[in-house]
Design a protein. Structure first.
Length: 107
């Protein structure tokens, strides 16, 4: 089951604060960007977070899973837990780098 547009918009609405938010369809599912940083992977109407040491204490005991075949195991975020979501976004915006733009080579 693919993520619905309604669900991805719901996820973005749950991100509080003075952030620039957007989502981008990738690999048949979505990446959520906050301040141009890829924060969440959303697959099958489920929010996944890359396992990082900066959030391991907050995510202790959280459900874990694989967003897509071949991916590393991620934490699964209860996006409706406002306090946790706010804290996770705050930390991830701080520690996640802005992706480097790829330069296409001319043939």
């Amino acid at each position: 089951m693919a993520t619905s547009v309604e669900y991805i918009e719901f996820v973005c609405e749950k991100i509080c604060g003075n952030y620039d938010k957007r989502y981008k369809k990738m690999f048949g599912e979505y990446l959520v960007y906050v301040n141009e940083k890829p924060i969440f992977t959303v697959c099958n109407n489920c929010v996944f977070i890359k396992k990082l040491k900066e959030i391991e204490n907050l995510m202790e005991g959280a459900e874990e899973g694989f967003p897509y075949q071949g991916a590393k195991e991620h934490y699964i975020l209860d996006i409706e837990n406002k306090q946790l979501t706010d804290k996770i976004v705050e930390i991830l915006v701080e520690v996640t780098p802005v992706p480097k733009k790829r330069v296409k080579k001319s043939k």
